[in-house]
Design a protein around this ligand. Structure first.
Ligand SMILES: Cc1ncc(COP(=O)(O)O)c(C=O)c1O
Length: 302
């Protein structure tokens, strides 16, 4: 590992396991624990460090001087990348979905402060860029440029995600995580041995593509995983009064901050499945808190 990354990691806090106590869990004889990756770092929190670590290690090893990526106006990925670029003295550039807004989001203001260069592109180009590179669409990448696909979706990201699994010393039956690109889930699938199950919760609409994308990222065929698409709440970053109510009650009861884009939706889904009797009595579930709390600045709460 590059010394600059090791030095950064010394400032991280541990990601602990918090047991969630709730009468529904007692009723159904389910144990639920939350792996607190949101606690790792105030900015590079959750799955961001897990997914970026080995990308950055590779970029530094090949002496890249610019990291280029893509994301939305509230992107946790770009937020972490811009900060890391500043800390590692590497330039960062990002393609942002949609027209430049008259007033930048707090996320974009932060990334600009950390020195990231922004290019706003149409939603059509953004969709194309998901499965291409800037060279194929806009301009040639230089030899010292390092391209990170949306959400760091690349096999390199799986290594860092796998490390979080090695930190779990408890036995468990099911490991749950929210899915955007599915990269985090792919890392968990590759690292968790069967018969433990890995269960993803799609945070995006039409999440059926996730099964295909995750399968592509995986080095082998695995059968101990699935993606539930029933809790997307109408699409990426869409919410409902029921979801916001669930999140507010959870935060009050457990003093654990959530956000409604990823971890909030996953936990709503986990509780709903428990209520439906989906998990056998005696099941021990670990759910991954993937952080992203900076994204809360995009939501107004009652
Ligand atoms: C906070 C948070 N949680 C979960 C995810 C979903 O991760 P993935 O894209 O690896 O499925 C993301 C997106 O990267 C995220 O920012």
């Amino acid at each position: 590992m590059h010394p600059a990354l090791l030095a950064l990691e010394t400032h991280f806090s541990p990601s602990t396991l918090s047991q969630i106590k709730h009468e529904l869990l007692t009723q159904h004889r389910i144990e639920l624990w939350l792996k607190r990756d949101d606690c790792l770092h105030s900015i590079i929190s959750g799955n961001k460090w897990r997914k970026l670590k080995y990308h950055l290690n590779h970029a530094l090893a090949v002496k890249a001087t610019t990291l280029i990526s893509m994301g939305g106006a509230y992107s946790n990925h770009l937020h972490a990348l811009a900060y890391l670029g500043q800390r590692l003295h590497v330039k960062t550039v990002a393609y942002i979905r949609g027209e430049q807004p008259a007033r930048l989001t707090p996320t974009l203001r932060d990334v600009l402060d950390w020195g990231m260069t922004l290019h706003f592109i149409s939603r059509t180009d953004f969709r194309l860029l998901r499965y291409a590179t800037p060279t194929e669409l806009f301009m040639p990448l230089q030899a010292t440029d390092y391209w990170l696909p949306e959400g760091g979706a690349h096999t390199l990201a799986l290594l860092g995600v796998g490390e979080l699994v090695t930190e779990i010393t408890e036995d468990f039956d099911v490991l749950c995580a929210p899915c955007g690109t599915g990269t985090t889930l792919a890392g968990l699938i590759a690292a968790v041995p069967a018969p433990c199950q890995v269960l993803g919760f799609a945070a995006v609409r039409h999440g059926q593509f996730l099964t295909r994308d995750i399968t592509k990222l995986l080095p082998h065929t695995y059968t101990h995983w699935s993606v539930n698409t029933a809790y997307d709440f109408g699409g990426f970053a869409k919410t409902s009064p029921a979801l916001l109510h669930f999140i507010a009650a959870f935060e009050r009861q457990h003093a654990i901050p959530l956000e409604p884009v990823y971890t909030g939706k996953m936990l709503y889904g986990v509780f709903d499945l428990i209520r439906q009797g989906y998990f056998a009595p005696g099941t021990k579930i670990i759910a991954l808190h993937t952080g992203g709390l900076q994204g809360n600045r995009g939501f107004t709460r009652d």
